[in-house]
Structures are given as C-alpha cells and as structure tokens.
Ligand binder design. Structure first.
Ligand code: SF4
Ligand code: SF4
Length: 327
C-alpha cells in the first residue's frame, strides 16, 4: 500500500490545489487546530478530532441564500470555483456527515448544502494520530479516502472511485504497510459510551426520566449554545434579512435549541419556555425523537458537546447520569 510521511502528505495536498479548494487540519497562530487552507498554518493532521465540526465546510455558520437588488432579478450565491477537498474527518464525523447528507436531501433538497457538498472529496483520518498518539477508530467507508496513521506514516486507503483516482496519482514508494494490525487495534476500542447512550435512549423513550431530572440539568445550563454550535448533526438555523439602499440579502445562521427564543412564537407563547424544557429537548431530540423519525440515534459520539460545555452537561455526561440513576 502507499504510505506517506507528513511532508509527502503536504506535497500531495499542495498538488491537489490546482483542482480542488483544499482544506486540511492546520495549526493556527494561537496553537489551536482547525480546518484551513495550507497557507494559513502548519499542517496538523495528528491530535484527534478538530474542536470545530468539519461539516461546517458544507453547512457554514452563516450562509447567503440570495441577494435581492432594488431593481432586477433575485441573484443566487455564486457557485464555488473549485470543488472542496476536505481532509480531517474522524470516523464519528463521517457517520455524522452521512446522516446530514440524508437529512439535507429528505423531503426537499437543500441547494445551499449540496452546492458545496456535491463534487467534494472527503478524507478521513484515523489510526495512531489521536490525542497523544492514541488510536482513533478506522472508518472504513463514508468517505472517499482514509489516511490511517501507523504511528509514523499515513497509509492511504481509498474508499470510493474518486479516492482511487487520487490514490492512483500519488507518486510515492509502495510499502509493505498493512491495515490489518491497525484494524484489529481499532476493533478493540471500547464501545461503552455507545451502550450507555443506547440505554439512556431506551429509558427516555420508556418515560423513566422524570421532569425534576431535567430541571436539575436545566439549572446547569448557561445558554452559551456551545453544545449546538459544535455538533455535526445539529442542523437548525434561523433566517435573517439585511437591507442596504441598493439590495437586500437573505442569509441563514445556525440556531440553538438552548436559547430562550428558539421556539418562541409571535404571540409570546413559548413551548420551550424554561431551561429544563430546552435541555430536555436537546437530548430528547437525538435520543428519542430522531430514532422514531430516522430509525437510529443521531448522536454519533463525536465528543464535541462534552468537550465544549462549560458546566458538564454534554450528551455523554447526561446519558451517564440517566443510566446511573434510572436504569
Ligand atoms: S457527541 Fe454531542 S456534538 Fe457530537 S454528535 Fe453527539 S450530540 Fe452532537
Ligand atoms: S454547552 Fe452546556 S451550558 Fe452551553 S448551552 Fe449547551 S448545555 Fe447549556
């Protein structure tokens, strides 16, 4: 198989810039890792999941829907010049991406999302490149190309026709590197968190979680919205218009179900009028409502909301409390 050093990987990504708008994990000046262009910071593939959700390249926090000039026809946003090549999705991020691909295609097709998503190449990162070199689960599908780190090099594992085409064009020594050992190590990763989440879902759906539990969780929420903003499967947004003398722009921005105004009606009535109800809804949506609608949980345990929540009520933390108290 082909295996790349970090320098070789950077050169490959550089060579793809002719055809793609390349985004990869980089280190910003303040030391944090983020998806960015290669000129914006040093390539930083290792280090585990990125703090921000990588799906925001397809569903950005703020996205122009259309411009309405004072005179003339409504203008749609310009089509992207090149398709995206996005490296840096963990296996869990790829599960999330697979879900929002379906979400944005169901019932009506979301043109804004697919104008960026269609034609994009998605690259996963796994193996021994987690925090402090820890193993990250090997995805195996849901992407075009996966880079599996053996501790030193990145083994190139194509997962689609687009991925095979890119892998075919990589000019590097073919090594005797194999994925088998790495796959076995990946299979040994604990799925305890998944079991706890599933159990919490069953307890919520069986109505075994009382209102005073949600009041307790709600009391801890400071409505910072971090949990929603980092979640790759949160898809709620609001729409706003901004007008100038010569035009009006309509855009959409991510919303948060932890905000007081999330469902408040024009009459003033708010079906989610307390922190308890809003916190219940955030968890209930992914563990009870979505399983009814989609047939599965819509939390894939990317870990971001637990890392982001300043008061310790990310979804894994809440699920653990539910199981320890009500199972
Ligand atoms: S762990 Fe949190 S942020 Fe990640 S998918 Fe689940 S709910 Fe969303
Ligand atoms: S991150 Fe925590 S404190 Fe902030 S809105 Fe979400 S649940 Fe509330």
């Amino acid at each position: 198989m082909k295996a790349l050093s970090l320098t070789e990987l950077k050169n490959i990504l550089r060579s793809l810039e002719d055809r793609y708008d390349v985004r990869a994990p980089i280190r910003l000046a303040d030391g944090t890792r983020a998806l960015g262009r290669l000129d914006e910071g040093e390539l930083a593939v290792a280090g585990g999941r990125l703090p921000r959700k990588p799906t925001d390249v397809f569903f950005p926090q703020h996205d122009l829907i259309f411009t309405a000039p004072a005179e003339g026809a409504i203008e749609s946003p310009a089509a992207p010049g090149k398709p995206l090549f996005v490296l840096g999705f963990t296996a869990e991020d790829l599960d999330c991406l697979e879900f929002i691909d379906r979400f944005f295609a169901a019932h009506y097709r979301d043109d804004l999302y697919f104008r960026l998503r269609e034609g994009a190449v998605v690259g996963g990162v796994s193996g021994y490149c987690g925090e402090e070199g820890r193993m990250m689960r090997i995805a195996g599908d849901n992407c075009d190309l996966e880079l599996v780190c053996d501790g030193e090099r990145f083994i190139v594992a194509p997962r689609s026709a687009k991925g095979r085409e890119i892998e075919g064009g990589i000019d590097c020594a073919v090594t005797d590197a194999t994925l088998e050992e790495l796959r076995q190590a990946s299979d040994l990763l604990s799925d305890e968190s998944r079991r706890i989440l599933q159990k919490a879902s069953e307890l919520i759906r069986a109505d075994r979680v009382p209102d005073d539990f949600w009041a307790e969780i709600g009391d801890l929420c400071i409505a910072c919205t971090g949990c929603n903003l980092v979640c790759p499967t949160c898809t709620c947004y609001g729409v706003q218009d901004r007008s100038w003398r010569d035009r009006t722009e309509r855009s959409r921005m991510w919303d948060s179900c932890q905000l007081d105004g999330f469902m408040r009606e024009a009459s003033g009535h708010n079906p989610l009028g307390t922190e308890a109800l809003r916190s219940r809804r955030r968890i209930h949506h992914k563990l009870a409502a979505d399983p009814t609608r989609w047939g599965h949980l819509t939390c894939y345990l990317c870990g971001r909301c637990d890392a982001a929540c300043p008061t310790g009520i990310g979804i894994q933390s809440v699920a653990r409390r539910i199981v320890s108290r009500f199972a």
